[in-house]
Design a protein around this ligand. Structure first.
Ligand code: HEM
Length: 402
């Protein structure tokens, strides 16, 4: 007989509960929350055009997508990877619970039509997260890869952007402050972590060392510093492009941003390396679309929202669903699937591209703009639901190491 049947119940290894797993692996709670917030944020469009909600919802939509969905994926990913990369204490329940409460409070306030309270709560959530990650960086036994200087820039960008928006909403700052704040929050806060952590993830997807095999290094080596300086300068060029945008130089802004991001993809990550796995192809597609977005802005400065959605749907959404699959499958006992083609993810990516094309089309056909927006939203929602149904069922499964 097998050993299993002879074991007494006391000998059986106990499977950790979902609640016990969450502090060490906060993605388990933040990824599902992020998906739900994204679903609500996109559903606002069909609801508005069907007459179910009376007020035009661009700000609530933008906040639920960025302060809701994207922030939840960033908190979940960095909250899990940060302590591991720095070899420091995992997050506590107090940290995870506090962050979640602040973030959900922000989204509820936005839905209730209280943007100032929503943005202020989100600013506090970001400061809370920066403190949690920053204290671990100070206590580190190991250094993250130099690309993570961009992750830090993303947190600075998000905090500054949210602060500028709160300032504008509270006392009416100049409109350029609000525009700069929007660019820093809507784009920089997501773009920089995607570029910084993307390099680490792409190496992992290509089966190369993701940094874990590097010698433990508390103080930066000269080589680490040189790379961090280079990536930091390219990040500064992207920040300068947001300032140009805020002061109405969209063509110059688009060109500078495309050049800086393009240069980073070439020097900072193995963007052309082969052989590439299926997940690496998906990640690359998202990264390439992130460069296409500012090129669009330089060519069609009078259609900025279509260009931004190349970044939001083609870039951020494709990357978040790809990385989310890697993280949940990798920690949920499904690691054997990661080197295969994943038909459901092909469907998700294909739907996202279709949604993107429909969303772009909406800005070019004034007569049927509403129909295009509703269709684009429906296709995006279908992609998100396919991903959620196929992937989230593993989010509570501990991996074999537990
Ligand atoms: C296919 C689904 C989507 C539709 C139909 C849609 C539609 C729209 C529309 C119509 C606006 C402009 C509102 C206005 O100012 O008149 C807008 C703005 C915005 N959307 Fe979306 N969107 C979609 C997906 C997304 C996604 C996936 C994200 C984020 C990941 C996103 C983030 C934003 C942001 C941040 C803004 C504000 C941009 C700015 O003014 O700086 N959207 N969206």
């Amino acid at each position: 007989m097998s050993q299993l049947t002879n074991r007494s119940p006391a000998d059986q290894p106990t499977r950790p509960t979902f609640l016990a797993l969450c502090p060490g692996e906060p993605f388990r709670i933040f990824f599902p929350v992020g998906l739900v917030l994204g679903l609500i944020g996109v559903t606002l469009w069909p609801l508005y055009f069907a007459g179910v909600i009376g007020t035009y919802p661009p700000v609530v939509h933008a906040r639920l997508m960025i302060e809701g969905m994207m922030a939840a994926f960033i908190f979940g990913f960095l909250g899990t990877a940060g302590p591991r990369l720095t070899e420091t204490a995992r997050f506590s329940w107090r940290e995870v619970g506090g962050l979640l409460a602040l973030q959900l409070g922000a989204c509820v306030a936005h839905l209730a039509g209280r943007p100032l309270i929503g943005d202020a709560l989100f600013l506090v959530a970001l400061l809370f997260f920066v403190r949690a990650i920053g204290s671990r960086f100070h206590a580190r036994s190991d250094l993250p890869p130099p690309n993570f200087v961009l992750v830090a820039l993303g947190l600075i960008s998000g905090t500054t952007g949210a602060a500028l928006i709160v300032w504008s909403e509270a006392i009416g700052a100049p409109s350029s402050a609000y525009r700069l704040g929007s660019a820093l929050l809507n784009q920089g806060f997501v773009l920089f972590p995607v570029l910084g952590a993307g390099a680490f993830l792409l190496r992992m997807f290509l089966g190369r060392s993701a940094g874990d095999d590097a010698p433990v290094l508390r103080a930066p080596s000269p080589e680490w510093r040189a790379k961090a300086r280079l990536y930091g300068s390219l990040g500064a060029a992207v920040l300068a492009s947001f300032v140009l945008d805020a002061f109405d130089f969209p063509r110059m802004a688009g060109l500078l941003r495309a050049l800086a991001i393009g240069a980073y993809l070439v020097v900072g990550m193995p963007i052309f390396a082969r052989p590439a796995s299926f997940l690496a192809h998906c990640l690359r597609l998202g990264l390439v679309l992130i460069v296409v977005a500012p090129i669009w802005l330089a060519i069609f400065p009078f259609r900025p929202l279509a260009g931004l959605h190349i970044e939001f749907i083609g870039g951020f959404s494709v990357i978040v669903f790809t990385v989310g699959t890697r993280v949940i499958f990798g920690h949920g006992g499904q690691a054997h699937l990661l080197n295969r083609r994943l038909p459901f993810l092909m469907v998700v990516v294909a739907l996202l591209i279709l949604s993107l094309l429909t969303r772009i089309g909406a800005d070019f056909v004034e007569s049927s703009r509403a129909e295009h927006l509703v269709l684009a939203a429906a296709i995006w929602l279908a992609a998100a639901l396919v991903w959620g149904i196929r992937v989230l069922r593993h989010v509570a499964t501990p991996d074999a190491g537990h």
